[in-house]
Ligand binder design. Structure first.
Ligand code: FES
Length: 180
């Protein structure tokens, strides 16, 4: 056991304003996930301590989990690994396997987790802006539509024609009356 003596890996599980909430991450049993993470054992059968934390500042990556290396892993160069969008059970299984193998510094990161590595400085991706040209074209189209609608409202419609016909009919009636 001397080989794996020292502090085991530790997990920090974000449970702030977004992580662990149904509103932000629907369709996930967050309680069950926390229980699952709290039941992870390492190679030596030591239960990995789990701490929940307030918002870690990268809510767009909810649910966030930070894996702290074991003492031995730290000595081997392992550093805390931030994982984002940890919503699927398969990801928790991969995390479990990784910690069992030694975790940061001692075992390679499982492929399943590779796309989930993030950091506390991760920046929320900006919404793609539409090119200015497209915006200008749309503006022009909107203006043209407005102009067309304005013209249509000024032009006399069918009713106007009808009114003219009415006048004609009126005149004909008068002529007939005069003949009588
Ligand atoms: S609530 Fe988890 S990062 Fe904000």
């Amino acid at each position: 056991m001397g080989e794996i003596d020292g502090r085991p890996c530790r997990l920090t599980v974000c449970r702030g304003c977004c992580c662990g909430t149904k509103k932000k991450v629907p369709g996930v049993d967050h309680k069950a996930q926390l229980a699952r993470l709290s039941a992870i054992d390492d190679h030596a059968g030591r239960t990995v301590p789990v701490r929940t934390s307030k918002c870690l500042g990268i809510c767009f990556q909810a649910n966030v989990v930070v894996v702290q290396p074991s003492q031995k892993g730290h000595a081997a160069g392992g550093r805390p690994v931030w994982l984002g969008e940890m919503t699927e059970d398969g990801l928790l299984d991969a995390l479990d396997d990784w910690i069992f193998e030694g975790g940061p510094g001692l075992a390679p990161l499982p492929d399943a987790l590779a796309d989930h590595v993030t950091s506390k400085d991760a920046k929320k991706p900006k919404k793609r802006k539409r090119p200015k040209k497209a915006k200008a074209i749309e503006k022009e189209r909107r203006k043209a539509k407005e102009r067309k609608a304005e013209k249509a409202s000024r032009r006399p419609g069918k009713k106007g024609k009808g009114e003219k016909d009415g006048k004609k009919r009126g005149r004909k009636k008068d002529e007939r009356r005069k003949k009588k």
